[in-house]
Design a protein around this ligand. Structure first.
Ligand code: PXP
Length: 238
């Protein structure tokens, strides 16, 4: 299992003052030094955290890999085609939301998503689709040429009861197995933290997790190196 760190919320903190610190690019470079396998950022249409300067510098400076999350907005896709991240992850995006609220509905947006995937593939960029752990959505993702899926773990992370949590874990387990059988890369993320990741580790076959808020928050208390190392221990990376 690999662990990529989402540094969006370092930019959130920087933007709170409209000045330069804390710099998400420097933070990402330090995270690499402490052993993360990749850096994830979401370039949102409203640029509420990460901006184009961040993405440009990350592209130039990081030595692991860049996963650029984005909507299907044509302007953002253009930027991705120029930046050429190692992976582009398409996510649904609504202006009013605090964070991404669920997976893409691939089935209802086949033509639109296929066109975007083709465009990114023409720029030699592999594409991941952020979706719910749902067999039909996975089949649709394969059908339009996705290379990877990222399974939305938000419902698992926010489950109110143990039963709900284990039901969602079962859905994820079945989805991962199905996606692997179809030859897809399988990532997962949203809401994973130092408590729930232990149960999540019961799932086999996930290639990579993308975690942001929990690790960035904990790093304020214990420092980035410790926050990363503790998560790596839970993920059985070290
Ligand atoms: N994966 C996707 C597609 C996301 O949109 C987010 C949130 O930005 C994450 C993973 C990371 O979620 P969290 O910050 O809750 O760890």
């Amino acid at each position: 299992m690999k662990f990529s760190l989402n540094v969006d919320h370092v930019a959130t903190l920087r933007n709170a003052r409209g000045e330069g610190q804390p710099d998400p690019v420097t933070f990402a470079l330090m995270a690499e030094k402490y052993g993360v396998d990749g850096i994830v950022v979401h370039l949102r249409e409203d640029r509420r955290h990460i901006n184009e300067r961040d993405v440009r510098l990350l592209r130039e400076l990081i030595t692991t890999k860049l996963d650029l999350e984005m909507s299907v907005n044509p302007g953002i896709i253009e930027i991705a085609c120029k930046i050429k991240p190692e992976l582009s992850t398409l996510v649904p995006e609504h202006r009013q939301e605090l964070t991404t609220e669920g997976g893409l509905n691939v089935i209802d947006n086949l033509d639109k998503l296929r066109a975007v995937i083709d465009k990114l593939h023409n720029a030699d960029i592999p594409v991941s689709l952020f979706i719910e752990p749902d067999i039909e959505q996975i089949d649709a993702a394969v059908g339009i040429g996705a290379d990877v899926i990222e399974i939305h773990t938000g419902k698992f992370a926010n489950a109110k009861t143990e039963d709900e949590m284990f039901d969602e874990l079962d859905r994820i387990r079945i989805a991962v197995k199905h996606a692997k059988k179809l030859g897809l890369g399988v990532n997962a993320g949203h809401g994973l933290d130092y408590n729930n990741v232990k149960d999540f580790m019961e799932i086999d076959g996930v290639d990579e997790v993308s975690i942001g808020h929990a690790v960035i928050s904990y790093s304020l208390f214990v420092g980035l190196e410790n926050a990363i190392k503790e998560m790596q221990t839970l993920l059985k990376i070290r």
